[in-house]
Design a protein around this ligand. Structure first.
Ligand SMILES: [Fe+2]
Length: 292
């Protein structure tokens, strides 16, 4: 792959940054860390917005240090990325202190599928383009989040294999691994959810509208099968791709700190929670998602 497209851009970005703000790479394939910025709750300078967009489009994930934003204003900070995309489910209620955020809590773990690699809202063809996640309460140990850059995965493929994948379509469904079954416990509500969110078809490889990079648009949570090939053919190809998505080279693991903010390009970056914390641990994250 070309590292030029995925490294932190020096020079021009640095010139656009507010005084005291710095950007550093998390891993070669994914992620930037931004420190030294404090959101005043009102506005974000245009040049800094442009720098953040550049990082999101080209690095996939941006982590902001604790103190950058608050639980009440992180949605105002990240909201410039698009229109809020409202898809709160029965186990992701509205945040009491922020009407634009929903709550992802360990208390609901039995009904959440966030430990399986996924894109947020990937059960819909119009999944949100960006997610912002704020660390409200973090366990003393565990509860990290892993992220993977599926553009890096595509660029790591043998070119002939990549060309073949370009020709394929996949069928996605919210219940591919039990998203509806686990969330909607009332049979009638589950039936209505299935009517509301039927399976749909998408290209296996997609192109990012800003960076022009292709990415492997399959995730373990919502992809059922590759269209038009045998079941074994489909399972084996998906197995290769899922394995690459989970590889150390394509991923980073973020250890949460209370008050930290993660923002990612939800089209290209997949993620999963690591549920290694104790059963009584408090792990509460606030989320908002944006469409473009
Ligand atoms: Fe998620």
């Amino acid at each position: 792959m070309s590292l030029a497209t995925s490294s932190v851009r020096p020079g021009s970005d640095a010139a656009a940054l507010p005084e005291g703000v710095s950007i550093s790479a998390i891993k070669p394939s994914i992620g930037s860390y931004i420190s030294g910025y404090r959101f005043d709750g009102e506005s974000v300078p245009d040049a800094f917005r442009s720098a953040m967009r550049y990082q999101l489009h080209n690095r996939g994930l941006v982590i902001f240090e604790p103190g950058t934003v608050t639980a009440a204003n992180f949605t105002s900070f990240a909201g410039f990325l698009g229109e809020f995309f409202d898809y709160a489910g029965p186990h992701t209620p509205r945040a009491p202190d922020n009407p634009d955020a929903t709550v992802i809590s360990a208390e609901k773990d039995a009904h959440l599928r966030n430990h399986v690699w996924h894109a947020d809202g990937g059960f819909r063809a119009d999944a949100p383009a960006f997610t912002a996640l704020f660390g409200k309460h973090i366990p003393d140990s565990g509860g990290d989040t892993m992220f993977s850059n599926a553009a890096y995965v595509y660029e790591s493929l043998d070119p002939l294999f990549a060309q073949y994948l370009d020709s394929l379509k996949v069928i996605q469904s919210p219940d591919a691994t039990g998203h509806i079954t686990d969330r909607y416990l009332d049979p009638e509500e589950a039936a209505q959810a299935r009517l509301r969110m039927p399976p749909f078809e998408l290209p296996l490889v997609r192109v990012h509208p800003e960076s022009g990079r292709k990415w492997v648009a399959v995730n373990e949570s919502y992809v059922c099968y590759i269209k038009g090939v045998s079941r074994v053919h489909s399972q084996n190809i998906l197995g290769i791709l899922f394995d690459m998505i989970k590889s150390p080279e394509a991923t980073c693991r973020i250890e949460w700190k209370q008050g930290a903010l993660a923002v990612w390009d939800n089209r290209v970056v997949q993620h999963r929670a690591i549920k290694d914390y104790t059963s009584n641990a408090e792990r509460v994250l606030y989320r908002c998602t944006m469409s473009v």
